[in-house]
Design a protein around this ligand. Structure first.
Ligand code: ASN
Length: 318
């Protein structure tokens, strides 16, 4: 089991203040603000309804990697801090008036210390999470390409000096992005395929078919493969979005929970809804706002995107 503390983790007030006052901090904050503003405009124009985030819930995303559990007891129940709002996205679509939704969602994932210096993990971040009823992966991928194109052009228009400072050649043009599959890249690059391909790439690309959480749909035409997709930022910046078509049928959800060793008791009401009321067919995704800002400003360490350090396995003063 990896540790949740960096061995010699020390934080000084000087280092904390240096980060707060860092020369690029305000540039990045402005970029994040421009991203969020453009995202709201884009979502509004495309008819996605904004749902407000939840920070505590009886169920949250089990994730496909271990993190330190973050839960409290309140009103006789156990509440987890939100790791992602995946299940709430599916459940909100039970409302027949709602066809598509998005959430600007704070996520807390208490990562182990082995993720301290990946450059792209903080233990608290913001995810733009969205979901469509009755849509599929190709639809969501085309939607995301449109969104990234819209956001990049808004950021370039609104913050020309900042974009020029970090990207004198401009942000990459976003057309239809290349699509790869994990098995294809693994055969070509070996175990570190995602990182190596990201380092080589000059444009974002799609990576399909990850073995992941039980809610990502197994391909009925090719069992053992999955209808999910990641958007990978180029230049070595790595994963920026993950999404999928969803499992919505009760027996298939149970099968996938067995395969992933998930706790059925914790999900009993979710399972009851799937069994007795039916979950809608849906597809969606979520992307990290800090990771997008990190890519735009070419910041190696995501911990520098925020004035307030949230490095895995490391204490913070504020
Ligand atoms: N938001 C992701 C999705 O829609 C899930 C996640 O964040 N783990 O698939």
């Amino acid at each position: 089991m990896p540790t949740d503390l960096i061995e010699d983790a020390k934080v000084s007030l000087e280092a904390t203040l240096a980060q707060l006052k860092g020369p690029s901090t305000v540039d990045v904050l402005k970029v994040q603000q421009a991203i969020i503003r453009a995202v709201h405009q884009f979502m509004f124009e495309r008819g996605l309804v904004q749902v407000m985030p939840l920070m505590l819930s009886p169920i949250t995303d089990p994730l496909n990697h271990g993190v330190v559990d973050a839960a409290i007891t309140y009103a006789g129940s156990r509440w987890s801090l939100t790791k992602s709002m995946i299940f709430h996205k599916q459940l909100a679509l039970l409302n027949p008036e709602l066809e598509a939704l998005y959430i600007v969602s704070p996520n807390v994932r208490l990562e182990f210390a082995d993720r301290a210096f990946t450059g792209r993990h903080m233990f608290e971040f913001t995810q733009v999470d969205f979901e469509f009823r009755d849509k599929d992966g190709p639809f969501v991928r085309a939607f995301m390409e449109d969104l990234v194109r819209f956001v990049f052009s808004a950021v370039t228009r609104d913050l020309p000096e900042i974009v020029d400072r970090y990207r004198p050649d401009g942000l990459p043009e976003i057309g239809q992005l290349e699509i790869h599959r994990t098995e294809e890249l693994e055969a070509q690059y070996g175990a570190d395929y995602e990182h190596l391909k990201s380092q080589e790439a000059v444009k974002p690309f799609w990576l399909l078919n990850h073995r992941r959480e039980f809610y990502d749909k197994e391909d009925p035409a090719k069992p053992g493969t999955y209808l999910n997709y990641d958007l990978i930022w180029p230049e070595g910046f790595g994963e920026g979005l993950s999404g999928a078509e969803r499992e919505n049928e009760y027996h298939q959800i149970l099968k996938r929970m067995d395969e992933t060793g998930s706790d059925k008791e914790a999900f009993k009401y979710y399972l009851q809804v799937a069994k007795e009321y039916g979950l809608p067919y849906s597809a969606g995704a979520g992307f990290g706002v800090e990771r997008m800002a990190r890519f735009i400003c070419r910041i190696k360490d995501i911990n520098e995107v925020t004035p307030f350090s949230r490095r895995p396995g490391t204490p913070a003063l504020f």
